[in-house]
Each structure stands twice: as structure tokens, then as C-alpha cells.
Ligand binder design. Structure first.
Ligand code: MG
Length: 370
């Protein structure tokens, strides 16, 4: 049996800057928390997770499972995931349904040979009106996930050229047997911010701090403007590089990515990509900050040291701090800028280039306070 977890959505109905998949529970993002909840209780041949293409490298740094690109619909994401599935049975669930009940899954597994799809459901507690007519609510099923399907039948069901909202309706359309078993109200789906209160299994984020460092060097070259922390510094040379070579912002981005466990600037913005040629590094920092916010991180403070023999940095520090303040959206006192020379030693001392080092601290966005 393979576990497929769907979570490539953009959380458009959720109402927070943070994506649902990246709400932190204890010391894990939701997607990893849900994955572990399954794998700690059941044994799977493989685990396949769908993710937003931009976030796949981050998922891979956090786990050793198979991570595939999600698509614009749940069904297409599931089809991408099914390409990786080699087992006769597949258990499909949504990361947005985190409080999976072990007993429900156990019952599905026990019944797996009795139908092409085993699906948990609950019944509505309220009166149900359909097209202005009150109908017998005992005949109404509210379908949940996970759902356990025979892989080959599910593949066939999903490639008929029709859109389905879950596996059971796709399989039922082939007139294959679907077995409905009682689900559990605790398996509530997280769609809106208010749903967070209906998910008692979710632990609030830990108050751990995450620290990262960054270091960068660029050589001076003629006929280029010099940019540091996003502002132009009057000087007779600029720095060489694929982007605008803002060495200070590059070190800062590396510190931020390092704190998040997201690798480095070269992985996020490869210098092989033309889009980043001569790019204003403020745009790269803006994108990195947005990404961190979407992934549930809050920037606490940054500390940056620019190491240059020339030009003198001191007169521009206040302007640089303001520039970073506009990009990081954190209090001015949380942005510290330092400048030093190397007393004429080494490549910096010979005025061949500029180096920068940075430290950043992050904490997790506390959704429990909403
Ligand atoms: Mg650089």
C-alpha cells in the first residue's frame, strides 16, 4: 500500500498569508505532521506527497519521501502522484484533513479486499434541504478522506476525461463497488481559519527560535553601479555578478533561508536562469521574505556585517537600514547593520571586492492566537 498526500493548493480560501500546509504544529509543518501521523501508525511501501513546484526543494530538505508537483486541480495532482505508485492499493488523503483517526484507517485496511474503494463518511446533524425540499438526512453521506482504492481501478476512473472531487465518486462512476464505512467528526477538513478551532489534534507551534547565517563575496569591476542593501552607493566601481551583485542582500537571503532550513540563494534563484540576470536584489529579498511568510515563518531579527576596505559604509548605514526595513517588515531595532574593514589584509584589504555576512532569527507563526 502506498500513501498519497495531497497538499499542493494555494490556500486561497484560508484567509491568512501562511499556507495551510505550512502551519507549524510543534516543530513540524502541517504536511509533515500529517505524514508522520500516518507513517507512525501504519506501514507503507512508499509515501508520495504533492506540493507546489516552488516548494518541492524545501519538502525534500525536510523528508525523504517522494514529492511530486501538484497541479491546478485535486484530480490532476492525484494523477501526478499515481504515476509514482507501484502497489495494488493506494490510500489517498488531504493534508488539510490532519486529525486522521487510526481506528477509521484500520477498518479501511481490514476491508480492502471487499470493494474497489473504501471511503469513510459522516451523516449531517442538521436538517438537509435539497432544491427547496427537506430530504431524509439519514440518506445523506458527507464524504471524508483518507480513501483506500485499488490503484489500477482508480487510475482508470480518473482518466475518463471527467472531473471528480474525490476518488469514491470517480470509482462509482465506473460502476465499481464502493464501500462506505463510518468516519469520524474529528477528521474535520481545514478550509477556513475558523476550522483551526475544530481540530483538537493540532498542537500549537513550538516557540523555538531558528537561526541561520549567510556569507557572500563579490569582486569589484568597472562600469557597474555599486548596490549594498538595495541602495546605490556612489563609487567608481561596482560589483561583478549575475544579478546586481548586492553582496549584503545576498548574505542576508542566505541567512534567512538557512534559518528556515531551505538551502541557499543559488538553489532558490539559480544564476543559470536569465530572469535573474542583472536583477535588483531587492526583488530577490522580497520574494524570499514572501516565501518564508507563506511557509509559516516570522522574521525576528537580522544582523548584517559588510566587510569593505573602500568605500566607507558608515554614511549610508541609516539609509540601508531603512531599505531593509521596507523589505523585511520588522521593527527598525530588529535590523542591525555593521561595517568593518580588514585593516588592509586579504582581498578585501587590497580593495578587490566586498564581503558580507549575516545572521537571521526566525520563529513560527502562532496560528493558535488567532
Ligand atoms: Mg552573491
Amino acid at each position: 500500500m502506498t500513501l498519497v498526500l495531497l497538499g499542493a493548493g494555494n490556500s486561497s480560501r484560508f484567509g491568512l498569508n501562511v499556507k495551510k500546509q505550512w502551519l507549524w504544529c510543534g516543530n513540524e509543518p502541517l504536511w509533515l505532521y500529517v505524514t508522520n501521523r500516518f507513517t507512525h501508525s501504519f506501514s507503507f511501501h512508499d509515501v508520495v506527497i504533492t506540493a507546489h513546484p516552488k516548494e518541492i526543494p524545501f519538502y525534500k530538505k525536510y523528508c525523504h519521501y517522494t514529492v511530486v508537483e501538484g497541479a491546478d486541480t485535486r484530480q490532476r495532482s492525484l494523477l501526478n502522484a499515481l504515476e509514482m505508485v507501484q502497489t495494488p492499493y493506494v490510500l489517498v488523503s488531504d493534508i488539510a484533513r490532519p486529525c486522521i483517526q487510526k481506528e477509521v484507517v484500520q477498518k479501511m485496511i481490514e476491508n480492502r479486499s471487499h470493494a474497489a474503494c473504501i471511503v469513510p463518511y459522516i451523516q449531517p446533524a442538521d436538517t438537509v434541504v435539497y432544491k427547496n425540499e427537506t430530504i431524509d438526512r439519514n440518506e445523506v453521506k458527507l464524504i471524508q478522506t483518507p480513501q483506500l482504492s485499488k490503484t489500477d481501478i482508480l487510475r482508470k476512473a480518473l482518466t475518463q476525461g471527467k472531473e471528480f472531487t474525490d476518488e469514491s465518486s470517480a470509482i462509482a462512476s465506473l460502476e465499481e463497488k464502493v464501500l462506505y464505512i463510518p468516519g469520524d467528526r474529528k477528521q474535520h477538513k481545514l478550509t477556513y481559519t475558523e476550522d483551526l478551532k475544530l481540530l483538537p489534534c493540532l498542537q500549537k507551534p513550538s516557540n523555538a527560535k531558528r537561526i541561520g547565517n549567510g556569507f557572500d563575496v563579490h569582486a569589484f569591476c568597472a562600469n557597474r553601479k555599486l548596490f549594498l542593501c538595495g541602495i546605490e552607493i556612489p563609487y567608481d566601481k561596482g560589483l561583478a555578478g549575475h544579478s546586481d551583485a548586492d553582496v549584503a542582500i545576498h548574505a542576508l537571503i542566505d541567512a534567512l533561508l538557512g534559518a528556515a532550513g531551505f538551502g541557499d540563494i543559488g538553489e532558490l534563484f539559480p544564476d543559470s536562469v536569465d530572469t535573474y540576470k542583472d536583477i535588483d536584489s531587492k526583488k530577490l529579498l522580497f520574494e524570499a521574505v514572501q516565501l518564508l511568510h507563506a511557509c509559516g515563518f516570522v522574521i525576528e531579527n537580522v544582523d548584517l556585517t559588510i566587510i569593505a576596505q573602500n568605500p566607507k559604509i558608515g554614511p549610508y548605514k541609516a539609509k540601508m537600514q531603512q531599505s531593509l526595513h521596507d523589505l523585511l517588515h520588522i521593527p527598525q531595532h530588529a535590523i542591525n547593520l555593521k561595517a568593518t574593514t580588514t585593516e588592509h589584509l586579504g582581498f578585501v584589504g587590497r580593495n578587490e571586492g566586498i564581503a558580507a555576512m549575516a545572521t537571521a532569527t526566525l520563529h513560527y507563526f502562532d496560528w493558535s492566537a488567532i
